[in-house]
Design a protein around this ligand. Structure first.
Ligand SMILES: [Cu+2]
Length: 106
């Protein structure tokens, strides 16, 4: 292989991996608030819910488009959900009833 071509190939691989991460979405919990109020994603996308508060959160949803319960998890931990149906998913926290956000799955 021509060694001069190597940096270009490396760049192409890096660019491809950045593009692949574009469908990784994040909704963090900080100051008892979700980092975004609404989020639009595509069917099959995964959303991470990192806890950036110094106490527990319990992210869940009762929406028919995606019913889930991530359980109670501590500061610094992240849990993920893959959304496999289209629709609106209302996301709440079982520990802090005023926490609320909404995910639209297209
Ligand atoms: Cu909470």
């Amino acid at each position: 292989m021509n060694m001069k071509a190597m940096p270009l190939i490396t760049l192409a691989i890096l660019t491809a991996s950045v593009a692949a991460q574009a469908s990784e979405n994040e909704v963090s919990q900080k100051n008892k608030t979700f980092s975004v109020k609404t989020l639009k994603i595509k069917k099959g996308d995964t959303v991470s819910f990192p806890n950036q508060d110094p106490f527990f959160h319990n992210v869940f949803s009762l929406s028919p488009a995606k019913t889930f319960d991530l359980g109670s998890y501590p500061s610094g931990e992240t849990r993920k959900v893959t959304f496999d149906k289209s629709g609106t998913v209302d996301v709440e926290c079982a520990i802090h009833p005023h926490m609320h956000m909404s995910i639209t799955v297209e």
